[in-house]
Write a protein that binds this ligand. Structure first.
Ligand SMILES: Cc1ncc(COP(=O)(O)O)c(C=O)c1O
Length: 449
């Protein structure tokens, strides 16, 4: 074993610094800060709904990525359906402030394993210990399980109206919240099938639930088969319609002016998390409600100056070129490199990549089930101590505060991220993991440590 193997971080879910579009951002910032018509609104309080040109340009961009045929829209997405946000996390907090009441809204139903940092946002909104995990299979969220639990929750008839919120014309209070990342989920990378998306919308309508879909990885997609040539796949059209699109067309469209689904979008994975700019899409009424969040009414839409920078790179097409020519080829190469090493070093040891029904990969992560008798916590601890290697133990992604008998812990899984580390060490990280497993758990002598 070498004394101090170089540190390798396969836990951090950030974009590698080489993938940040600094040149086009520098140009955008220079244009904005030298043009009074741009920097004056940029440096003032923003309109409640967000910087108007960005809303319009996001609407045009989304209309082309989620084409009318698949989303069964009659035309382009109207900017009235959109609000600019400070990113998916900030907006999640706003959605809960406007559309839930911690006494009346029964539970937060989260597809498990979940994006773990969302749990505290729900806790902060008063839902501590009322988060409930919903399992997923190869097609995504388990709707039979969810329907059964929703029925049980309906038996609680003690609270029949909101306690902390008086009626307000810009908001309604939903009885349930369902939270998921339908495409390339963090951490499981699962993609919810079209059939399940449709059934989920029907279920949400029946139970007065709001579906919050974090659609933050949709733009980062490529074929899982590494031999498919670049020219032979379309990276500029979404794999599937979003759940908010489905609520727009299914069975004649939304059941009321609020709808039952919203899309939480973000530039964090496309530009950089520090931009703190995203968007929310829902029915016009729903999005207007988000714009009326107290902190927005007081301070204006979040990330106003950053919105003017983002608008420059979106309107000029340079962001779209960055996604197509830089991000997708780089993430695809990173994914292939990591998967190649997993196939070579980990699958023969009994590690497993859970089944997915799509031939398309995407996002930032790979999720692995471990061989019998090994836990993610132990492997992560040993990997750090013995191999200077950081990985995500599956237990991190369980639902905090789900005390029910159905709670799952994911102790026998791990998450690896291929987005952050230098591309050259991705396979070395996987090989190191295999070596640690062999040497620590079977006392086998290995060559690379
Ligand atoms: C599923 C999911 N939602 C939200 C976020 C955070 O998004 P934002 O940076 O826009 O707040 C992440 C970041 O890792 C994520 O994976």
């Amino acid at each position: 074993m070498t004394q101090d193997p170089i540190p390798i971080d396969l836990f951090r879910g950030w974009p590698n610094p080489t993938l940040l579009p600094v040149d086009s951002l520098a140009q955008s910032a220079a244009t904005v800060l030298s043009t009074p018509a741009l920097y004056q609104p940029g440096l003032q309080y923003g309109p409640d709904e967000g910087y108007a040109p960005l809303r319009q340009h996001v609407a045009t961009w989304l209309s082309s990525f989620y084409p009318p045929t698949a989303a069964k829209r009659t035309g382009p997405i109207s900017s009235a359906r959109l609000c600019i946000t400070g990113g998916a996390s900030q907006n999640l907090a706003c959605v809960l402030q406007v559309y839930t009441d911690a006494a009346y809204t029964r539970n937060i139903w989260l597809v498990a394993p979940t994006y773990y940092l969302a749990c505290r946002i729900f806790d902060d909104a008063g839902f501590m210990n009322r988060l409930r995990g919903v399992p997923e299979d190869a097609e995504g969220i388990d709707l039979e399980f969810l329907e059964q639990r929703l029925h049980e929750a309906e038996q609680d008839v003690r609270i029949t109206k909101p306690l902390h919120t008086l009626p307000r014309p810009w908001s309604k209070i939903y009885k349930h919240v369902i939270y998921l990342t339908p495409t390339f989920a963090n951490p499981s990378t699962k993609v919810v099938s079209l059939r399940r998306r449709e059934e989920l919308v029907r279920l949400a309508r029946r139970f007065d639930a709001l579906i919050i879909a974090d659609d933050v990885y949709d733009f980062l997609q490529w074929p899982s088969d590494p031999s498919v040539p670049e020219q032979e796949y379309d990276s500029e059209t979404a794999l599937l319609p979003r759940i908010v699109d489905i609520d727009g067309y299914l069975d004649g469209g939304p059941i009321d002016e609020w709808g039952n689904a919203m899309s939480n979008g973000s530039f964090s994975k496309l530009i950089g998390p520090g931009m703190r700019v995203g968007w929310v899409e829902g029915t016009e009424k729903f999005s207007y409600g988000i714009s009326q969040t107290g902190s927005t009414r007081s301070g204006g839409a979040p990330s106003q100056l950053a919105s003017t920078f983002v608008d420059q790179i979106l309107h000029s097409g340079s962001l779209q070129r960055h996604i197509k020519s830089e991000l997708i080829p780089s993430y695809r190469a990173r994914y292939n490199r990591m998967m190649g090493a997993i196939n070579e070093h980990l699958l023969p040891l009994g590690f497993k990549v859970p089944a997915n029904t799509q031939p398309t990969a995407g996002g930032f992560f790979v999720w692995l089930d471990l061989p019998e008798s090994l836990t993610g916590d132990l492997l992560a601890e040993r990997a750090l101590a013995e191999g200077n290697l950081r990985i995500g133990s599956g237990s991190l992604f369980q639902i905090e505060g789900d005390g029910t008998e159905y709670r799952r812990t994911f102790g026998r899984s791990i998450r690896l991220c291929f987005a952050w580390e230098r591309v050259e060490v991705l396979d070395e990280g996987v090989r190191r993991l295999a070596d640690i497993y062999l040497s620590k758990f079977f006392n086998l002598k290995t060559t690379t440590l």
